[in-house]
Design a protein. Structure first.
Length: 224
């Protein structure tokens, strides 16, 4: 398979939607905190609702990418058909579980970061503007971009792995080869893996993605 189809468009779309959800959450959080901020005015329901919004944004896009890459990969096999119901179901299950898991971690960090920021407000004698600036860092565009790039990579690889698994039912066995852009931007983690087969210095647990903002992908060759 080639690199992710429409990668730029997908990254942008996911980043934009994440950013929008995060901006909305930040605005609500500031309103709930009040002036001066009171941490205990932020109810559990706020964290639950903002987490749910993120799961919905991430889940729908990664599901779409998963299916798209699975289809593209299968197209390379001409006449072979697989049970699409199974791949579609795998996409739904994987996207839902992964989005929930990822958002759980993100929300934990947001929560801790916000709590620390409110404590600093009092300890450091901040203004509300200082507090907002600190919170904007974790709710800002940079974080959305990192998540978008990494999750596009992950969904594409997972979609292809689902196809490979289906093809095995028909006696077609393939092995993954790590692909990087192989340019000066490739990091020291991914660089040495370029064109290396699965098992040769890396396993599926290593990625791609191997790290936040990893844009690597895999292609497949028939097993010997
Ligand atoms: Zn990489």
């Amino acid at each position: 398979m080639t690199a992710v189809i429409d990668r730029e468009e997908l990254e942008l779309r996911l980043a934009r939607r994440l950013n929008k959800a995060q901006m909305k959450a930040l605005k609500e959080l500031l309103e709930l905190l009040g002036d001066p901020p009171d941490w205990y005015r932020v109810p559990q329901t706020f964290w639950e609702a903002s987490g749910k919004a993120l799961v919905s944004v991430i889940g729908s896009i990664i599901e779409e990418i998963y299916v798209m890459q699975a289809e593209a990969m299968l197209a390379g096999f001409g006449g072979i058909g697989v049970e699409w119901d199974l791949i579609n179901q795998a996409a739904v299950d994987w996207a839902r579980a992964h989005a929930a898991d990822l958002v759980g971690k993100l929300m934990q960090r947001s929560y801790e970061f916000a709590r620390q920021a409110v404590a600093d407000f009092f300890e450091q004698g901040w203004t509300m503007g200082d507090l907002e600036a600190r919170l904007a860092r974790v709710y800002g565009a940079q974080r959305a971009e990192v998540i978008a790039v990494t999750e596009v990579t992950r969904a594409a690889v997972e979609g292809e792995r689902a196809t490979v698994k289906e093809l095995e039912k028909y006696g077609i066995f393939m092995i993954e080869i790590w692909q990087t852009e192989n340019d000066e931007l490739v990091c020291p983690i991914c660089g040495p893996r370029h064109e290396k087969r699965e098992g040769d210095g890396w396993t599926r647990d290593d990625g791609p993605p191997a790290h936040p903002k990893c844009r690597c992908w895999v292609n497949h060759v028939m097993k010997d």
